[in-house]
Design a protein around this ligand. Structure first.
Ligand code: NI
Ligand code: MN
Length: 227
């Protein structure tokens, strides 16, 4: 599979069979993004939680591409109410075999609400995703704090590549992300959720330098890696 980083928590995956998956499609308002929402191609949108910097352009991209949204039921309800036709609701600890591979929704310690005008819409619990695709295992952590149950992931999965937030303030910072990396024991760890806003300014190389040799990798925005 080919994995491309688009800034913040936006990660796209193209499988060997050509399925286009996209995590947390925040393009409009994302100062780092390399694409405009209207140019994005996707078959599946995986949404970790309901904050605006993760839901992002979910509705417009799903409608334009007739993409299927994979998320917790509260986010699916929001999507359906906003006219999205193709959805697949999952909940914590559940996994499902999709045509492109297997997805498990896993815990994240965070919050999840969507700011809509003066309202805060309830969007369920925040999550992460484990994908088993093309014989590889990928983990997108969403916006999580470091917590000890991350160790459950390495009990069940040999993670080839993990995307972990390092921005601090809203999520783990570098120090906790280093602990998380060792807990989940991923072969490759890629930092996300930094430098988008002033309060999450970080030097991602500092994170990589604290990891064992050849584990950490800073992906430039627009960079593609093959796994
Ligand atoms: Ni968040
Ligand atoms: Mn966030």
């Amino acid at each position: 599979m080919k994995i491309t980083y688009h800034g913040h928590s936006v990660v796209s995956v193209e499988t060997v069979s050509g399925a286009k998956l996209l995590f947390d499609p925040f393009f409009t308002g994302n100062s780092l993004a390399d694409l405009r929402a209207r140019d994005v191609k996707a078959d599946y949108l995986l949404i970790t939680h309901g904050h605006n910097d993760h839901v992002g352009d979910m509705i417009s991209i799903a409608k334009k591409n007739k993409a299927t949204i994979i998320a917790i039921p509260e986010i699916i309800h929001f999507a359906t109410k906003n006219g999205v036709e193709n959805t697949h609701a999952m909940n914590m600890g559940g996994s499902f075999e999709f045509p492109f591979g297997r997805v498990k929704m896993v815990y994240a310690q965070h919050s999840s609400g969507y700011e809509l005008g003066s309202d805060m819409v309830y969007m369920g619990e925040p999550a992460g995703f484990i994908l088993e695709v093309d014989g590889k295992t990928l983990y997108h952590a969403g916006d999580t704090a470091y917590f000890s149950d991350l160790s459950l992931l390495s009990e069940d999965f040999d993670i080839d590549v993990a995307f972990l937030p390092i921005g601090d303030n809203f999520t783990m910072g570098i120090k906790d992300a280093v602990k998380a990396s060792s807990t989940i024991n991923a072969k490759k760890v890629i930092p996300i959720h930094y430098n988008t806003f002033p309060v999450i300014q970080q030097n991602p190389q500092e994170f990589v330098d604290l990891l064992p040799d050849n584990v950490g990798k800073v992906m430039a925005v627009g960079e593609t890696l093959e796994f």
